[in-house]
Design a binder for this molecule. Structure first.
Ligand code: UD1
Length: 438
């Protein structure tokens, strides 16, 4: 049966939810476990998400033993692992490309089909490949797959043309065993980058990050067993705050690091929202109708592209006009036609959306086209009159653990049919190994 979420909207959310561990920190930290040999990485606060389970399957397929329950994961990487990644898993999730750096560092070889992922514009990995080449890897593209090999990576200076999150993470992991010093410049500065750096350091890597886009890595011979704790998911936390804003409710999100979400909090304050920020929680209170605001997505600490669809959903109901410029991804406006079906007034001009606030949204049948577009439709559905039915829920469950239960906890009226997270749990991939290295 097709998965769908029915939302009987129009009621203010009220209550408290706890932020999950960050999806985008968990995935690279899990990939880093491939650097171990006969050692174990224990990860705490790992969110139980489709993407996290896809990464776990990928690691199992490469030969690691992975156990995962109650948000605690253990990854034991044996002496021998495979360097050939399974195309079906890699195509399922773009973040699979994060195993490229560790495999190359650990095995001197990696074969990986070009990754898939959200349908939000062309997402090349040229910066990853350029950096690895500079460190001494030979890279060939054969029938749509990257074939990388090296007799040993060498430290060097790499300036990233754009502060790509994935390229920064891949290169950091590749550099852990490189000879000498690697200096990465113009790196991404997302909190998830520092979570990975801390995890690698606890495993014995020598990494210094200046917090301003410079990262120095001294190559080491080997790593040890370690424990890593995942930071709170700033995007998930902000999604619930925005759902509170859109429904004019009173929502507290606990377990957050408020300065990771400054850009959203500042924008909401500018729009007239009433917020209380404490050490590790944020509450949005009812307030007069939000005012339209302008924003542009940028790499961290700028406004995150991963919140652009959700804030757009909330601004659909603001007084006046908002201008939203998307500068990180091309074509990340697939949610717009769905929001317009619900009575929103949004016009796209190139990479900008002009949102003219309306007095009310109305329920409609809509489809999630990617993870955050799906989250935007949930917010709109919660605020809309009547019933909204959202299809293609597998996108939403890639990044939101138990979203239906959390919304029920906040007093929403939602019903999920054929939950893809539940279906996936019963249908885990069989781990099979192919080409391997010691
Ligand atoms: C990560 C996040 C994703 C978020 C994005 C930007 C994870 C698992 N995913 O994705 O949720 O939306 O950061 O904050 O952490 N680019 C290139 N060449 C490259 C690499 C990137 O042109 O080699 C471009 C991309 O096409 C895109 C932009 O750079 O336009 C940002 O991409 P990047 O920062 O690499 O995002 P991801 O790591 O894929």
């Amino acid at each position: 049966m097709e998965s769908k979420m029915e939302i009987f909207g129009g009621r203010p959310l009220k209550g408290s939810v706890e932020a999950q561990g960050a999806k985008n920190a968990s995935l690279p930290v899990m990939a880093a476990a491939l650097l171990l040999k006969n050692n174990t990485l224990r990860i705490t606060r790992a969110p139980d998400l489709l993407d996290v389970n896809t990464m776990a399957d990928l690691l199992r397929n490469l030969g690691a033993e992975v156990t995962f329950s109650n948000h605690e994961m253990e990854i034991r990487t044996p002496e021998e692992i495979s360097w050939e990644t399974p195309p079906d898993l890699v195509r399922k999730m773009r973040a699979s490309s994060l195993v490229l750096g560790p495999l190359l560092a650990r095995c001197g070889k990696a074969v990986m089909p070009l990754p898939g992922g959200c349908s939000i514009g062309s997402r090349p990995i040229d910066l990853h490949l350029k950096g690895l080449t500079k460190m001494g890897a030979s890279i060939e593209l054969v029938h749509g797959a990257v074939h990388a090999s090296t007799k040993g990576l060498t430290g060097c200076r790499i300036y990233l043309d754009f502060p790509s999150v994935g390229a920064t993470e891949n290169l950091m992991m590749a550099a852990v065993f490189a000879k000498g010093e690697t200096v990465l410049e113009n790196t991404a500065r997302e909190p998830e980058i520092y979570n990975l750096a801390e995890a690698l350091k606890s495993m014995g890597a020598k990494i210094e990050a200046d917090g301003m886009g410079g990262i120095r890595i001294q190559g080491v011979e080997g790593l040890n067993s370690a424990e890593a704790r995942i930071i709170p998911d700033r995007i998930e936390a902000c999604t619930y705050i925005l759902a509170g804003a859109a429904t004019n409710g009173e929502v507290t999100v606990t377990g957050v690091i408020p300065n990771h979400i400054d850009s959203l909090l500042a924008k909401l304050e500018e729009a007239g929202a009433n917020l209380t920020v404490k050490e590790s929680e944020v509450t949005i209170h009812p307030s007069p109708r939000l005012k339209g605001v302008s924003l542009k997505t940028l790499p961290y600490p700028g406004f995150p592209t991963d919140l652009q669809p959700q804030i757009m959903a909330a601004l659909c109901l603001a007084q006046g006009t908002s201008l939203i410029q998307e500068s990180v991804f091309q074509s990340r406006f697939l949610h717009v036609s769905e929001l317009n079906k619900m009575g929103a007034r949004i016009d796209i001009q190139n990479n900008s959306a002009v949102v003219t606030g309306v007095d009310a949204l109305t329920g409609a049948d809509v489809a999630a086209t990617d993870l955050r577009a799906g989250a935007a439709l949930v917010i709109a559905g919660l605020a809309a009159h009547d019933t909204t039915v959202i299809y293609n829920l597998e996108h939403i469950f890639r990044g939101y653990e138990k979203i239906d239960e959390k919304l029920l906890q906040l007093g929403a009226s939602v019903r999920v049919t054929s939950n893809p997270a539940v279906a996936e749990a019963g249908d885990r991939h069989d781990a099979r190994r192919s080409s391997s290295c010691r």
